[in-house]
Design a protein around this ligand. Structure first.
Ligand code: G3H
Ligand code: 13P
Ligand code: ZN
Length: 335
């Protein structure tokens, strides 16, 4: 049994309370490799932002849970070495799909876990989430639950259509499960294809496709039922058009990839939404930079020569999110 506090990590409780009060959101960035982790830590240290490192079940299978845990421990030391004396770094399980997986992460030193029972019948979701909360809270590990279904594919949880969260269920769910935060569905979805082109209209100024707005009325109703309760938004990548264009320019093939407009995320971050999940934008930044090197320097075969630029591009993107979208810069309790 490893306690996350011994690794220098923190849980989400205090940072979420401050984020709601302060009208900003904490970035939750997925990682599964060293370059992503370095970029996340550099960006959060340089902007003085708390940060959540997320590990999906797929990332855990790809990179090994133990190695990822040591990488997170290393991330705390790296942040200090970069000059941040009191980093606030959470190691979070993203989309946990069973009690056993959540327990294994708690036992290995994760400071926060998500149990995603959103695809289950309501009573089963309540029972599973409650069981995870009862275990995790013994070790002061915080738990994220989910109500409502996001469209898109995750490891074990996939859906063709989203179902908005029913605000009538949130008080009962939060009270009976004891979860610390709640992921809700208001029209975001996972991946780089969040909307079909026919759902969008063309912005005459830029010629770009503009997706329909998120269901802020659902978020408002949830906040009215659970004032001050930490809300989480999954599927919040913006799918920057410059990365899509760059990938296509350098031999890739991404058709009509569409994300969540930044203005909508800025608006959400000012509300009780205190955790915003971003994975696809990191994948796009990395792929765009790597493809560029492959095309421009075809003789290059030292991975550092293409993973280095990929890391720089991700760092730039993470900083942009922190400063210009989520507003979590300069929000560390102590520097
Ligand atoms: O929620 C989905 C995340 O982007 C993780 O994706 O399951 O492919 O690692 P993944
Ligand atoms: P994106 O696919 O929009 O980056 O969402 C990531 C996510 O929600 C991880 O849980
Ligand atoms: Zn997600």
């Amino acid at each position: 049994m490893v306690n996350y506090k011994d690794l220098g990590l923190v849980n989400t409780r205090d940072m979420f309370a401050r984020a709601i009060k302060g009208g900003y959101a904490i970035p939750a960035f997925n990682f599964n490799n060293m370059e992503q982790l370095q970029a996340i830590i550099k960006a959060s240290v340089e902007t003085k932002s708390p940060v959540i490192l997320q590990v999906s079940k797929g990332a855990r299978n790809y990179a090994n849970q133990t190695l990822l845990r040591y990488m997170a421990e290393g991330a705390v030391a790296y942040a200090k070495e970069l000059g941040c004396e009191h980093p606030e770094i959470v190691l979070h399980l993203d989309h946990g799909d069973s009690f056993e997986l959540c327990k294994s992460c708690v036992d290995l030193g994760f400071s926060s876990v998500m149990i995603d029972g959103s695809h289950l019948p309501y009573e089963e979701n309540v029972a599973l989430t409650k069981k995870v909360v009862e275990y995790a809270h013994q070790y002061d590990v915080t738990v994220e639950g989910e109500l409502g279904v996001l469209a898109g594919v995750e490891d074990e949880v996939s859906a063709d259509h989203h179902t908005y969260t029913n605000p009538e269920e949130v008080i009962d769910f939060a009270t009976r499960t004891g979860c610390d935060s709640l992921a809700i569905s208001i029209g975001t979805s996972h991946g780089a294809y969040k909307f079909k082109p026919e759902q969008c209209h063309v912005d005459p100024a830029t010629g770009r496709l503009v997706p329909p707005p998120l269901a802020f009325e659902v978020l408002d109703a949830v906040m009215e039922k659970l004032p001050g309760f930490p809300i989480v938004l999954h599927g919040s990548s913006s799918v920057p058009q410059e990365y899509v264009d760059m990938i296509n320019q350098y031999g890739g093939k991404l058709d009509a990839a569409i994300g969540i407009p930044e203005e909508e995320l800025r608006k959400a971050a000012k509300s009780a939404v205190c955790k915003i999940n971003i994975d696809s934008d990191s994948r796009l930044a990395m792929t765009a930079a790597v493809r560029k090197v492959f095309v421009e320097k075809p003789a290059e075969f030292d991975p550092r020569k293409y993973l280095g630029p990929a890391r720089d591009e991700m760092e730039k993107m993470y900083k942009h999110k922190i400063i210009n979208v989520l507003g979590s810069d300069n929000k560390l309790a102590q520097c």
